[in-house]
Design a binder for this molecule. Structure first.
Ligand code: Z5A
Length: 226
């Protein structure tokens, strides 16, 4: 049994959390999950996120995003903390579950570091690639769904929240650079990184994602599903 890693990526307020939950529900309600399990293709469906997919990662997440701390997190410190969170997540969580045959839906992964710390903060891209490799030991997603939304619309969505974390507080130009980063990554790897138009009603975005997931599930497990 070989597990699969499906990653949801994008800027602030793009709808990743909403759509990851909808995808989980759809995989269960549509019968796909039951079929794949019955045929011995998939062991279980699990969800996770970065930062914070492990108990150590939860502590790192708090250091990274808690806006009440008075000490400023420096850019390279931030980069290393995301890498540490990822190294723990890959070794302690993702690899064991993939080896056991899980279908994993993950909120953010390596492309976020390139987009946020590379394009957003302006840190050296080749250094980030090296750190990503160190943290993942080469573990890549099977597909990455990039929820593409104008940063101004995404920020307006998250503005409605009572509190905003440290990165959400960054200005619009930061989020525009992050968006440019995701655009560049999607153009570089169109087969791995699938663009989803996130500037649509929730149900329409969900339908685009379901169509993409169906296509890949057929590709990965096709013969067994017919
Ligand atoms: N980060 C980083 O810098 N480097 C890294 O390597 C990694 C991460 C891994 C994680 O925060 C932060 O870490 C993140 C990047 C940085 N930056 N920040 N801040 P997080 O996990 O707390 O949050 P997030 O990943 O940025 O998610 P988010 O801001 O919560 O957005 P979202 O998950 O994409 O969206 P959502 O919560 O599903 O929806 C946002 C709102 O929009 C909500 O009210 C929804 O009801 C609404 N929504 C959703 N879909 C729609 C549609 N289609 N139409 C209208 N309204 C909608």
């Amino acid at each position: 049994m070989k597990g699969r890693l499906i990653v949801f990526e994008g800027g602030e307020g793009g709808g990743k959390t909403t759509q990851l939950a909808r995808s989980q529900q759809w995989l269960q309600a549509s019968g796909w999950l039951a079929k794949l399990q019955a045929q011995g293709q998939i062991q279980q469906l699990i969800t996770t996120r970065e930062p914070g997919g492990t108990p150590i990662g939860q502590k790192i997440r708090h250091l990274l995003l808690d806006h009440t701390d008075s000490e400023v997190v420096q850019d390279r410190t931030e980069l290393l903390l995301y890498a540490a969170d990822r190294a723990q997540h890959v070794e302690a969580f993702l690899r064991p579950h993939l080896a056991a045959g899980a279908l994993i839906l993950c909120d953010r992964y390596v492309d976020s570091t390139i987009a946020y710390q590379g394009y957003g903060r302006g840190l050296d891209l080749s250094l980030i690639h090296q750190l990503n490799h160190l943290a993942t030991h080469g573990l890549q997603s099977d597909i990455t769904l990039w929820l593409d939304l104008d940063p101004a619309i995404g920020l307006a969505r998250t503005d409605r929240r009572a509190t905003r974390d440290r990165i959400e507080q960054a200005d619009l130009s930061f989020h525009q650079r992050v968006h440019q980063g995701f655009m560049t990554l999607a153009a570089q790897s169109p087969e791995r990184m699938i663009r989803i138009d996130a500037n649509q009603p929730e149900a329409t975005v969900a339908a685009q994602i379901q169509a993409t997931l169906q296509q890949f599930l057929h590709q990965w497990f096709g013969a067994a599903i017919e």
